[in-house]
Write a protein of this length. Structure first.
Length: 147
């Protein structure tokens, strides 16, 4: 199983990005470039993005990679400024300090380098509930299944 899995949902209206285990610079950059920038017409249809880091245990990415990802997100947010983005992480106070630092930087880039409305959650149920409410209010879509 890949450390980052990205799948389209709800007939192309949404995207789920799940990370698990250890992710590296290469894993993260390649998965985002391949999925988010390979088909900008498809990306324009997204109404939500759910990023689930609950199974993530280690992040081996440099500050330069975080900056590169910020640029990727800024670029694709110009193609589609509308998605509602929820990031789920169960990182706790006793967790790896580097993991907390990297997840915090990734979250900050979504807020400051894109135009997307973004929130962070401790569990997926709350994130899905928030996305459904925001997508309903913003786009009038009531039938999201995340499948």
């Amino acid at each position: 199983m890949m450390p980052i899995e990205i799948k389209d949902c709800d007939e192309g209206r949404g995207d789920i990005i799940e990370s698990r285990g250890t992710i590296t610079d290469h894993d993260l950059v390649n998965s985002l470039l391949n999925h988010l920038t390979s088909d900008k017409e498809k990306f324009k249809k997204y109404k939500y993005i759910l990023i689930d880091h609950t199974a993530l245990t280690q992040v081996n990415i440099s500050d330069e990679t975080v900056d590169l990802i910020a640029g990727i997100c800024a670029d694709v947010s110009q193609a589609n400024p509308d998605p509602i983005v929820a990031m789920v992480t169960n990182v706790t106070i006793g967790a790896n300090v580097d993991l907390i630092k990297r997840i915090s930087r990734l979250y900050a880039l979504f807020i400051y380098q894109s135009s997307w409305k973004t929130m962070v959650f401790r569990n997926r149920i709350e994130a899905v509930r928030w996305i459904k409410r925001e997508v309903r209010d913003k786009f009038g879509i009531y039938d999201l299944t995340f499948g």
